[in-house]
Design a protein around this ligand. Structure first.
Ligand code: UD1
Ligand code: CA
Length: 455
């Protein structure tokens, strides 16, 4: 049977108290909606529609490569939201999975099981339900004496007796497409919130004598919805633990999972050791046999193998095999380090390419520079790359030796194998093999105490 999916993601998420649409809030570095998209895609659907509304353009940009986007201009409720998919799926012959954009842990296998159960039972609608110890906030699934689903009642509209029911509506359903949109148009908004509730379609179908089924989810964690930031933080903690466990099972040592934070999209090779207080974000990829941390933050970084990074921050850069970074280095976007480069303590790099085996061991700022291989940059070297208006490049040839406390006033080039005397302010190019030195000649005055002018 053909299967489509609609993801409801138009709500503001009032309880988040945020300017950002709820589904764009990140869990372990990825917007919630992306998790839901993954799950839906993996369930074997042939068409995905995402209903966006509040902050819709932002959500649309995030999903448009993977789904059709429709707008719900006013958030009048979940039934009204689903109705907006009618122009795309109005003539769809198969079944439609409906998933809320705020349940990021739902899995493809659960969605596929729901679709299969729906087909097997020949239902018009099948609800995915869960039994929760604390069902507060969720819609309750009301069954009759024989256990047949009768309707769903929202928390705010429920009687005390209904509130005692522990079986909840996960907000995930499978509907037979033919007739669905007509049925949605018939839903009224006579309830505590004055909204068009999708949940009302269940009671409506039952009253019409249509077959309605329910499937209980095996792991209720999967269908946890995020409505406020406390739930967001709990979800983050749970998912973070899962990510770390997957990494550990794949051969990564995480010395202290309690203080290690790794985003969902990060990849780490086996035999890499992550020391405590380390945060690895975005699309970072770390090779095997690395030692990362303690106390490091990597954002969108790619490293080779055998890299050592301690107490450092690195963003949007590439680090070659066997480089050593830190402690206390700051590598800003656009850096590319060849293998075996050393970037030591209190060194800042920006938009800089460094060749194989070069060393910038201490207290330097190197920005907008191209550094060859086998270069040694002495302590306190500064590339003066900014003249107050523009940024200028510095080029340092292979094997050059830059003495300590050098200023390289860009644009400037130091040739291959050249030397710079310590303390120089270099404003002109230094030819290959030459010594560039720029400083006052030292004077020693003998017996200074006797000669010192007295007052
Ligand atoms: C909904 C269900 C509830 C269920 C719970 C599961 C209804 C009426 N209630 O409640 O039975 O237990 O999910 O998590 O459906 N949305 C729109 N447009 C709107 C309103 C909502 O697109 O006009 C989207 C939201 O972006 C969200 C989803 O629908 O992704 C659910 O909305 P939300 O307000 O979170 O519903 P709940 O109160 O959690
Ligand atoms: Ca919700």
């Amino acid at each position: 049977m053909s299967l489509a999916a609609v993801i409801l993601a138009a709500g503001k998420g009032t309880r988040m108290k945020s300017g950002l649409p709820k589904v764009m809030h990140r869990v372990c570095g990825r917007p919630m909606i992306e998790y839901v998209l993954d799950a839906v895609q993996g369930a074997g659907v042939e068409e995905i529609v995402v209903v966006v509304g509040f902050g819709g353009d932002l959500v649309a940009r995030t999903v448009q490569d993977r789904a059709r986007v429709v707008y719900q201009h006013q958030q009048l409720g979940t039934a009204h939201a689903l109705l907006q998919a009618a122009p795309v799926l109005g003539n769809f012959p198969g079944a439609i999975l409906v998933v809320c954009g705020d349940t990021p842990l739902v899995t493809s296998s659960t969605l596929a099981r729901l679709a299969a159960a729906h087909a097997e039972m020949g239902a018009r609608a099948t609800i995915l339900t869960a039994i929760l110890e604390d069902p507060t906030g969720y819609g309750r699934v009301i069954r009759d004496g024989e256990g047949r689903v009768q309707r769903i009642v929202e928390q705010r509209d429920a009687t005390p007796r209904e509130l005692a029911v522990k079986e909840i509506n996960t907000g995930i359903y499978c509907f037979s497409a033919p007739g669905l949109f007509d049925a949605l148009s018939a839903i009224k908004s006579e309830n505590a919130q004055g909204e068009y509730y999708l949940t009302d379609i269940i009671g409506q179908l039952v009253q019409q004598g249509e077959p309605v089924a329910a499937l209980k989810v095996e792991d209720p964690r999967e269908v946890e919805g995020i409505n406020d930031r406390r739930q967001l933080a709990r979800m983050e903690a749970y998912l973070r633990q899962q990510i770390l466990e997957e990494l550990m099972l794949s051969g990564v040592t995480v010395v202290d999972p309690a203080t290690t934070f790794v985003d969902r999209n990060v990849k780490i090779g086996p035999d890499t050791v992550i020391y405590p207080f380390t945060i690895i974000e975005g699309n970072t990829v770390i090779g095997r046999n690395c030692v990362i941390g303690p106390g490091s933050r990597l954002i969108d970084v790619q490293t080779g193998e055998g890299v050592v990074i301690e107490h450092s921050v690195i963003r949007e850069s590439k680090i070659g095999d066997k480089c050593t970074i830190g402690p206390f280095a700051y590598i800003r976007p656009g850096c590319v380090l060849a293998p075996e480069v050393k970037v030591g303590d209190f060194v800042e790099l920006k938009k800089t390419v460094v060749g194989r085996g070069s060393k910038i061991p201490h207290l330097s700022y190197v920005g907008d520079a191209t550094v060859g291989s086998g270069v040694n940059i002495g302590a306190g070297t500064i590339t003066c790359n900014y003249d107050g208006e523009k940024k200028w490049p510095t080029v340092i040839g292979d094997g050059a030796f830059i003495g300590s406390n050098t200023n390289l006033v860009a644009p400037v080039e130091v040739g291959k194998g050249a030397f710079i005397g310590a303390g120089s302010t270099i404003t002109r190019d230094v030819p290959p093999g030459a010594l560039g030195i720029e400083r006052g000649r030292q004077r020693n005055i003998e017996n200074w105490l006797q000669k010192k002018p007295r007052r």
